[in-house]
Design a protein around this ligand. Structure first.
Ligand SMILES: Nc1nc2c(ncn2[C@@H]2O[C@H](COP(=O)(O)OP(=O)(O)O)[C@@H](O)[C@H]2O)c(=O)[nH]1
Ligand SMILES: [Mg+2]
Length: 345
């Protein structure tokens, strides 16, 4: 089961490409496309709410294992650069830089663009990503792109087998009520293995529940491994108790204020004590105010690009997380909105 996010700047050909990789399904601020044939199951997520919403971008990336970053012949613009910064802050491991609309370019220009992109992404999480050229008009490179996605998907699947024995966590992206069944949620098993009849808790609300049944791509299954996109019928909760971003797990930390060890992006603007930022973890977000900034034990007024700090953040809503989760901070008023990544102290 392979899950990919298609991201990039406006008019880079993302939605057209997503439409060629599967059948259009649910639409919120992300749009899902499904494909299933023989053993191959592919979910493609188009971050349709981006660039208006950075949350849409982070949601698509968090629900996926592989990112396709689309760059059209016009090249990199500030939004594509913002996507690269987001991928770097997330430490996003698997992806392809897709040079789109090949029919509007020519081989030498495509090659030059590739060399330029390699320079720009040097030292970032995208440093070793593969490049691929496609056109959804002439279909050049489309079959090869699918093969590339599936071979990367096999690699991701093999890696995810190392997560199967961890405590189960399911990240929820949709919750609704089905007549005669009750609360049904859709989400991704981010680690561990879930089974029908498992008793878990929905965080951050701390609602106890039982998994009544599990579906993977509309097929009933008894268990689902790490990486699976699942539909779960739940006992003990109502759909209104569960929102996008909730985590089903045996144990999570729940806080509104927290202290993060943060590393600012080289390409972020400095931030100051008292600034309002947005905090993201998994599919959750909360506005936060910077209460204090410390560098090597000393109080500081400002945090500067490329440097590491301990920041105390005062939030406005409860968020659930586990020890190794990666947080992202953004300044929604900025031109380039991503600021930092961090881990809880
Ligand atoms: N010539 C050409 N046009 C394309 C290609 N892919 C997309 N387009 C066009 O580019 C425009 C933007 O595409 P869209 O998929 O909506 O881009 P998005 O904003 O990134 O989702 C539309 O008019 C598409 O028809 C392509 O491979 N070749
Ligand atoms: Mg689009």
């Amino acid at each position: 089961m392979t899950k990919i996010a298609i991201i990039g700047s406006e008019k880079s050909g993302k939605t057209t490409l997503a439409g060629k990789l599967g059948k259009k399904g649910s639409v919120t601020d992300i749009t899902m496309y499904d494909y299933a044939k023989n053993d191959r199951v592919l979910t493609t997520i188009d971050a349709t709410g981006y660039p208006a919403s950075v949350k849409s971008l982070l949601t698509a990336l968090n629900l996926s294992d592989i990112a396709l970053l689309c760059i059209p012949p016009q090249g990199l613009d500030p939004l594509a650069a913002e996507c690269i910064i987001a991928l770097d802050l997330l430490g996003y491991r698997h992806g392809v830089i897709v040079q789109t609309k090949a029919d509007l370019s020519y081989p030498l220009a495509i090659e030059e663009m590739r060399e330029k992109l390699k320079k720009i992404t040097k030292g970032t999480a995208l440093e070793n990503w593969q490049y691929h050229t496609v056109s959804t008009t002439s279909f050049e490179g489309m079959e090869e792109l699918k093969e590339l996605i599936f071979s990367m998907g096999d690699k991701v699947d093999a890696e995810q087998r190392n997560l199967d024995s961890l405590p189960a966590r399911v990240v929820i992206d949709q919750s609704f009520n089905v007549t005669g069944i009750g609360c049904v949620v859709l989400g991704v098993v981010s680690q561990g293995t879930i089974h029908a009849k498992d008793k878990l808790v929905a965080y951050p609300a701390k609602k106890e529940l039982e998994i009544r049944s599990i579906q993977m791509h509309d097929v009933d299954v008894k268990t689902a491994p790490a990486g699976a996109r699942v539909g779960l019928a739940l006992k003990g909760v109502q759909s209104k108790d569960i929102d996008r971003g909730f985590v089903l797990s045996a144990q999570e930390d729940v806080v509104t204020d927290l202290t993060l060890e943060c590393t600012l992006s080289q390409l972020a603007k400095e931030v100051s004590v008292g600034d309002m930022l947005h905090l993201y973890v998994g599919l959750q977000s909360s506005p936060v105010k910077i209460r204090s900034i410390k560098q090597e034990g000393q109080n500081a007024e400002k945090a500067k690009p490329g440097k590491k700090y301990i920041m105390e953040l005062a939030g406005t809503k409860e968020i659930a997380f586990s020890k190794n989760d990666r947080f992202v901070l953004a300044n929604l008023d900025g031109r380039q909105r991503f600021v930092a990544f961090g881990h809880s102290q």
